[in-house]
Design a protein around this ligand. Structure first.
Ligand SMILES: [Zn+2]
Length: 372
């Protein structure tokens, strides 16, 4: 167990909610120095889903699951992570979860991703009334390993069926996945609808609330959508972004029957331990300055000897992959208290890439790989 001092939790909850932190009690002056409101975090999200219990995700420890009741976060990586406060995809309307994924209970994602998908589907539906974006697997309710997927662990991945037309040219959005060949056709006369699928990609890339890292899709379908973008005179910057985001993965199915969308960690999620893999597209906001300020705010907790706060601060620095704190932590490796020295040594080794203590093995930020 990793204890979470109630005051720190309260500060973080307040930060996520955009409110002023509570007045710290006597003896916690260092905490008062944490001006979390200055981080300008994204507004909190009220979620309907009940709090996820630790039992739901046995494969991954969840020391900060109680970080922000009523808010949500993608924690860890998309391969080794979990989801706090995820919300389910809708089951009807312009965005609808496939019945198969509903039965698998694999329709949960961060509220930001669910909202962005909803906005994108509505935009396509406004231009082509009657369109339905069928969503496949996202994550389990509390995240964690999802059978059949290498990623999909932390609420930032979702599979989407393509928009399709029938042989007669009418909209033919059905909840089954159909594989398209190089001629953009599939069984039963279905055709890949490059116009609507491009509109979906554009809507996701232009969404104000999420930043898309990947949309995995077969190369020839990618080319068809980029051709459509150029033919309809889409903004050159948008086409450039799409050309970097749309990619056929190298180590899994070519994605001839569905998109796989992955978004980057949000700002407040990074402070809670959400880890992105490379690449970081040049237009994506890394918000490293916010992270640095938060790290600076944690450093005073390292001055008070062995305590819940010190343990919490070191663990949090590790989980944020806060390499900038390595020098400060190094001073603690010779602390007279062997517990402090041991934890600090583990942390420095981890953050400098020298050694990965078993307890933190899953918190190593992965290198960029094209995998779904
Ligand atoms: Zn997928």
């Amino acid at each position: 167990m990793h204890p979470t001092p109630p005051l720190i939790a309260a500060l973080l909850i307040a930060a996520c909610a955009g409110e002023r932190p509570p007045t710290p009690p006597a003896g916690a002056h260092a905490l008062a120095a944490l001006d979390l409101t200055a981080l300008r975090l994204l507004p909190a999200v009220a979620v309907a889903a009940p709090p996820v219990t630790a039992d739901a995700v046995p494969a991954f420890d969840r020391p900060f699951a109680d970080l922000a009741p009523g808010t949500s976060a993608s924690i860890g990586t998309t391969r080794d992570g979990y989801l706090v406060g995820g919300v389910p995809l809708p089951t009807s309307g312009p965005l609808a979860a496939r019945p198969l994924s509903v039965r698998r209970d694999a329709v949960y994602a961060t509220p930001t991703l669910v909202r962005a998908l909803g906005r994108a589907a509505e935009r396509v539906d406004r231009a082509w009334p009657g369109s339905v974006l069928w969503a496949g697997d996202a994550s389990a309710a509390g995240g964690g390993d999802l059978p059949g997927h290498a990623s999909h662990n932390s609420g930032r991945d979702v599979d989407l069926a393509f928009y399709r037309r029938g042989a007669d040219g009418r909209l033919a959005d059905i909840p089954t996945l159909t594989a398209f060949g190089g001629d953009l056709r599939a069984a039963a006369g279905l055709r890949f609808d490059a116009a609507r699928n491009w509109a979906l990609v554009a809507a996701l890339l232009e969404d104000p609330e999420v930043e898309v890292q990947w949309i995995f899709v077969a190369s020839y379908l990618r080319d068809a959508m980029l051709d459509e973008a150029r033919a309809t005179a889409a903004r050159p910057e948008l086409i450039e972004q799409a050309s970097q985001v749309l990619a056929q993965p190298s180590d899994s199915s070519p994605h001839a029957e569905h998109f796989h969308v992955r978004i980057y960690c949000g700002a407040e999620e990074r402070l809670a331990g959400c880890l992105d893999a490379r690449p970081f597209h040049p237009w994506a906001h890394r918000r490293d300055a916010d992270l640095d300020r938060f790290v600076d705010g944690l450093l005073p907790f390292l001055d008070h000897g062995w305590s819940d706060e010190l343990e919490w601060a070191i663990t949090r620095l590790v989980r944020m992959n806060a390499t900038s704190a390595s020098d400060r932590l190094r001073r603690l490796t010779s602390d007279p208290d062997p517990r402090v020295a041991a934890l600090a040594t583990d942390a420095v080794d981890f953050l400098t890439g020298r050694r990965t203590p078993a307890a933190w093995a899953r918190w190593r930020a992965p290198e960029g790989v094209l995998e779904d």
